[in-house]
Every structure is written in C-alpha cells, then in structure tokens.
Design a protein around this ligand. Structure first.
Ligand code: PBG
Length: 328
C-alpha cells in the first residue's frame, strides 16, 4: 500500500503522537559536564572563546558539581590547570595535583554520590611544551616519544583514581596506554576503576577553544603524529578494537558532529558502552550563531545532542550539559 492510504504525517499531528513514536531519547543522565579546575579560591574565570564556560577554583567547582547533580546530570569530566608546568608533567601525576585535590573535595560534597567523577588523563595541560607525551629533540626537530609517555600516563591515572576518580579517561592517543594504565591500576589494587578510553580521537580544528580553556596549546608542531587523521574510518575501528583488547571498559569518540558516521559504525560493531564528545569548537560555533541571532538556541542545542544519541552514543560529553538538562 502507498499513498493515499499511507500517510506518515498521521503520526506527526500532535505532540503526544510524536512523543509516542519518538525513537531516540535524551535525558539529563546521558550528559557529562566538563569542568576546568584552577588554583585559587572564589575563582570563576570566563573562557573567552567559550561563552558560559569557566575556569573554576576547587570551591567553585564543588558548587558547580552540586548544581549539576541537582539537575540530574550523569557525571563530570575533570580537567586541570596546574600552578606550573614542566617537561615531566609533574602536575598531572602528583598526589597534590590540582585535579587530585579537586577530586578529594568533590568526594566530600553532597554531589559525590549522584555524579560519576571522570578524570581526563593526559599530559598536555601539564607539560611546558603542551604536547600529550614526552618530547625529545632529534637531529631533524623533535619527536613525541610513545613508550616513555606510558609510565607517566599510568602514574597519572593511578594517582587520579586514588584521589577519588570513579573512572579514568585517557585522551592522549599514545599506543598501548590502556594496557599500561590497566596494569598500573591493578598493581595499585584499583581493580574496580574503569577505563573510558578516548579510543577514536581525531586531530581536529574543533579543539581550538578547549586549548584556551585548558591552556594546552602545543608550543611547537601539532598533534597529528598521535591523534588520528580525520579521513580515516577503518583506522578508527582498529583503534577501538585495540583499546578494548587492552582492557578499555568504555570508549569515547571525538569530535562528535563531523564524525557521526564513526559513532554509528562503532555502535553497530562493538558491545562496550560508548560516549561521544561534543567538543569545544562544536559548542563555540553554536554559541557564535546564537549571539548573532542566526539559530534558535534551545532547539539547536537539543537537536545537536539528539543527533549524537541517534548516531549511537550512550552518553555525551557536552559544554551544554547544564543548559540542556534544564530544557529537558
Ligand atoms: C587533552 C584533550 C583535548 C580535548 C579533550 N582532552 C585537547 C586536545 O587534544 O588538544 C578537547 C576537548 C574539546 O575540544 O572540547 N588531550
């Protein structure tokens, strides 16, 4: 049977009908709210390229977390801005690092039993050169060394888990880091700490605003020798495969919007829980359009998120988390 007996518009006539046949859901609990923790007290420093996003001192981050918890948000993804940076990324793995201290404070707050606290594991915010691994000089320039970076990443993950992270999330894209982190966690009897691996992370222009928020712009070169080429789909599947084999409990893909085909394919292929990260550039370009009055703010926010869910992401890391939760 076809038209005129068949009319798809019948099911679109009223909102209750539309709600009944809606295929994809979006709930506050699906959303993860990123938090940038900085030194000091009472600090709420706006990030210029990300309206509505702030660097927060620990006390302010706790307040932010309590708000997120009251909105029913699923969890927080924590990043840190250390007091000082060096070649070994000391601030990343030191037990009194900024995120470690933040975690201890958050664990004591009322938000702790409502939110999953995810700690981003990377060196770029903590190294003086801004790369995600150890840098060595070579006759022809420099190299981001893979294997020596693993020990620092494993040490970082262990220290964050000890400080109270419910999940550790390596975002560096070094080969073998999931296995190295799993071994280190287990050796420290942190056998119950899951690893959320940023398994398919593409080298992207859309991370631009984040690098201002996290003060993590590479001082020379770029990240293309470790993050993936945006043209490569099969390689993304291999990255995910390997990370699961190495012990990743969940995977995260990013950016989201320019890579929704990768999200869909991964959902069809792998059985682990999966998230997607609506990254800073995706957020900032929407914000810019809102400022210009070019897009309907509430509708565009929710549409951008439902699209990511429809592609197959179980959860979404997004700077719109609190705002979207209020709309839902
Ligand atoms: C750290 C890291 C980055 C992002 C998350 N973790 C930046 C980068 O790889 O340069 C980007 C997140 C965003 O753009 O919102 N390695």
């Amino acid at each position: 049977m076809s038209f005129p007996e068949n009319r798809l518009r019948r099911m679109r006539r009223t909102e209750p009908l539309r709600a009944l046949v809606r295929e994809t859901t979006l709930e506050p609990g699906d959303l993860i709210h990123p938090v940038f923790i900085c030194p000091g007290e009472g600090v709420r420093l706006p990030v210029g390229s990300m309206p509505g996003v702030f660097n927060l001192s620990i006390d302010e981050a706790v307040r932010d977390a309590e708000e997120a918890a009251s909105l029913g948000i699923g969890g927080l993804l924590l990043f840190g801005l250390p007091d000082s940076k060096d070649e070994e990324a000391t601030g990343a793995w030191s037990d009194d690092g900024i995120v470690q201290r933040g975690l201890r404070a958050l664990k004591q707050s009322s938000a702790a039993n409502k939110l999953v606290l995810i700690a981003d594991v990377c060196l770029c915010e903590y190294t003086s050169h801004g790369h995600c691994g150890v840098v060595v000089q070579t006759p022809s320039g420099f190299e981001i060394e893979n294997d020596p970076s693993l020990a620092l990443l494993a040490r970082t993950a262990t220290s964050l888990a000890k400080a109270g992270a419910d999940i550790v999330a390596p975002s560096d894209m070094m080969d073998g880091r999931v296995a190295a982190i799993r071994r280190a966690l287990d050796a420290a009897t942190l056998t119950q700490t899951p690893i959320l691996s940023y398994a398919s992370k593409f080298a992207s222009a859309f991370y631009g605003p984040f690098r201002e928020a996290a003060d993590s712009t590479p001082q020379f070169g770029d990240r293309r020798s470790y993050q993936m080429d945006g043209a490569n789909f099969r390689e993304a599947m291999r990255e995910i495969d390997l990370d699961i084999e190495e012990g990743a409990d969940m995977i995260l893909m990013k950016p989201a919007m320019p890579y929704l085909d990768v999200v869909r394919a991964a959902r069809d292929r792998f059985q682990v829980p999966m998230g997607a990260y609506q990254v800073s550039g995706e957020y900032s370009m929407l914000q810019a359009a809102f400022e210009k009055g070019w897009l309907d703010r509430n509708r565009a926010i929710l549409e951008s998120l439902i699209g990511i869910r429809r592609a197959g992401a179980d959860f979404i890391v997004t700077y719109f988390a609190k705002e979207a939760a209020k709309l839902l």
